[in-house]
Each structure stands twice: as C-alpha cells, then as structure tokens.
Design a protein around this ligand. Structure first.
Ligand code: ADP
Length: 356
C-alpha cells in the first residue's frame, strides 16, 4: 500500500507545463486521500480555465501509476484561492541569479518589427552571423516566444545544459551562443498558450539566469509588435539600441512607426531601419525588380529621423537555408554593409533599464 508521502513525492516530479515548476512546490496539491486501492487527489489549478489542465491531470495519474500500476486515481479539480495564488506567485524570489555576476555583455541590440512575417528573425540571425564573422563574441537571444524560429534556422535542437551558475546557451556551428524558450520545451507549440506575464518572466530569466559570460554583442530577436514581452525587454535589459525591420508590404510604414515610437518613448536609441524582401534580383542580368511596388522605407526612415541602413532582397537561398537549419551557410553578402553600419552606430552609452 502506498503512503501519502510516497504519492506526494511522486507528484513532486509533475510540472505545471506553463510555469515549469513542480505542482507540489506551487501548492497545487491540496489534498491526497488513499483508501481501498484508490488515490483521491484534489488539485487546485492556478486558473479554473487552465488550458493545460488535462495534461496536468494525465501527468498526475501517470506519476501515481508509476508507484503501483493497480492504483486507481481520481483527480478532483479546484481553483486556487487568492491566498494560495499569492503564496505560489507572490513571494519575492530570494535567490539572485548567479549567472548575472559572470556576464559581461558590451552591447545589446534588439531587432524589432511592427508585425510578424517581415523577416525580423532572419535579420536578427544575419546580424549575429555577420558580427561573428568579424570575430566578435556573439550571443543570440530568441525572445520571440510566441513564434520562436531561431533554433530552427540554426539547426539547434539540444536543450541547454545547466551549470551551478545558470543555464548554458547552446553554441551554433560558427560559435554563436543561442538561447531560446524553444530549446527548453518538449513540444515546440507549448509556448504559444503562455500568457503575457509568464512570457515576460521567461525573458527576464534569459537575461539574468543564462551564462552568457563575455560577449561583444548580444542580439535579441524581439516578438513582433509592441506587446508586453517587448516592453519587458526594453524595460529590464539595458539595450544599446534597436534595429527596426520592415517590408515593402507595410505600405504606410504605420506599424513600424508604432514600434519606433515605443523605443523612443522608453529612451532607447534606434540604430536604423532595414527593409527586408525589398526586391528580387534577376540571377541572369542582376536587374532588380520591386515585386511589391516601390519602397516606402526611405520615406519612413526620414519621417522617423532614423538612418535607412539598407535593403535585403527576397532570396530563395536565404529561405531555404533558414528552413534547413543552415542559415550560417547562407552565401549572400548583402547584409554585410548593413552590419558594418550597425557596428558604427551602436552607441557606447547604453540606455538605462527603467526597472530592475
Ligand atoms: P519574422 O521574424 O518577422 O516573423 P522570419 O524571419 O521568421 O520573420 O521570416 C519569415 C519567413 O520568411 C521565413 O520562412 C524566412 O525564411 C523567410 N524570409 C525572411 N526574409 C527573407 C528573404 N529576404 N528572402 C527569402 N525569404 C525570407
């Protein structure tokens, strides 16, 4: 016969998939009753409508089954009280991340776009690769948690290792230190259901709990738009500057203007604007075709008072390399002068984080 303690110990291994913490440590296991070969568990969910509740219940049943396959488990669901929630989330973290003490990051450049699909992650990757080619020590933080594509572009699948001082980033084939929530999840689609505050918390941890060590530049791939997660990065990480990415489809440049305003409001220098997918170049004669019509980027940059750093063509090789996990083998060199301008523009003075 199993004891309550044995059941509780087994349940310690069940994690809330959203929060990555043990359901026992979070106080979600309110009650365990064992009688006549049946285990009755009362689980207090963080929210009654928790989208992952079926998964938690299944994990609880599996954990109890692992103690004794003959046991029948009944799980009764409840919702955490305000006090329980405060206990689980409200207590201030006593532990200070150790990794931060070892990190020495000279410049942090965030890559931002007004909307998704303009090639922000590709630009972040190309920037990291170009800086690495110059011999810099480079990190790449994928903060685009709802659409994290950086590990896929670099062909990285192994989870990061843990050291006593923090998480160790995964190193790409050319030596770029990469960290992404995707590398930590069992299922790549999991983070999509995360709520805003949780995403913000994860991003803060990627700054404080990751052992970046000495870097010349950390490139951050921000989520698209002006979400809470973007705000968190801007407020809690000392950014050297923001690189804005747009595409010719953004005709009025309206969404990118909104993004620019966010950075300017928070006093973060905007390094400049990059237009992606600007044209297609004929492989035979080199002629450039503006397939999305004439570019508005120059005008947008002028209106914002920021430098226009360059245009990137729509290039099937780039798409193919990104999809195959070989972005570091991309042979196009159109980004090199843009990266050189970025290096010139990164100001020595970092913006100050607004809150700790
Ligand atoms: P975002 O981060 O803005 O959502 P991505 O960088 O993930 O956009 O790019 C979206 C898709 O477009 C990817 O499949 C990527 O490979 C492709 N892509 C981005 N830029 C280019 C380009 N210049 N030429 C060809 N394909 C591109």
């Amino acid at each position: 016969m199993v004891t309550e303690e044995e059941v509780r110990n087994a349940l310690k291994n069940v994690m809330d998939p959203e929060l990555g913490r043990s359901i026992v440590d979070m106080g979600m296991v309110r009650e365990i009753r064992i009688a006549d070969g049946e285990v009755n568990v009362v689980l207090a969910l963080t929210a009654a409508g928790c989208p992952l509740r079926d998964r938690i219940v299944n994990d609880v049943k599996a954990a109890i089954r692992s103690l004794d396959g003959a046991l029948i488990t009944n799980v009764q669901l409840a919702e955490m009280t305000a006090e329980e929630r405060a206990k689980a989330f409200g207590a201030p973290e006593k532990r200070r991340p150790l990794a931060e003490a070892f990190n020495d990051v000279k410049h942090v450049i965030a890559v931002m776009s007004g909307k998704g699909g303009v090639g922000k992650s590709s630009v972040a990757a190309l920037l990291a690769i170009a800086l690495r080619k110059k011999g810099e020590r480079v990190g790449l933080l994928d903060a685009d948690i709802t659409g994290p594509s950086i590990p896929r572009m670099f062909g990285l699948h192994e989870p990061p290792k843990w050291s006593p001082f923090g998480m160790v980033p995964v190193v790409s084939s050319t030596g770029i230190k990469v960290m992404s929530i995707n590398l930590l999840l069992r299922d790549e689609s999991e983070a999509v259901v995360w709520r805003g505050p949780l995403i913000s918390e994860a991003i803060k941890q990627f700054w404080g709990d990751v052992l970046w060590e000495r870097l010349d530049t950390l490139v951050i791939d921000l989520p698209p738009g002006t979400s809470d997660a973007t705000l968190t990065v801007m407020q809690s990480i000392p950014l050297s500057g923001v690189l804005l990415v747009t595409s010719p489809q953004d005709l009025a440049g309206m969404v990118v203007r909104k993004a620019a305003r966010m950075a300017q409001t928070l006093n973060i220098p905007i390094l400049g604007l990059v237009e992606n997918m600007s044209y297609v170049q004929c492989p035979a004669c080199g002629h450039k075709i503006d397939i999305f019509g004439p570019s508005q980027a120059e005008e947008t940059a002028r209106a914002l008072g920021i430098p226009m750093l360059g245009q990137i063509p729509l290039d099937p090789e780039l798409a193919m390399r990104c999809d195959n996990g070989q972005v570091e083998l991309y042979t196009g060199d159109v980004f090199d002068p843009i990266a050189a301008r970025v290096v010139e523009l990164v100001p020595e003075a970092k913006s100050k984080p607004l809150s700790s």
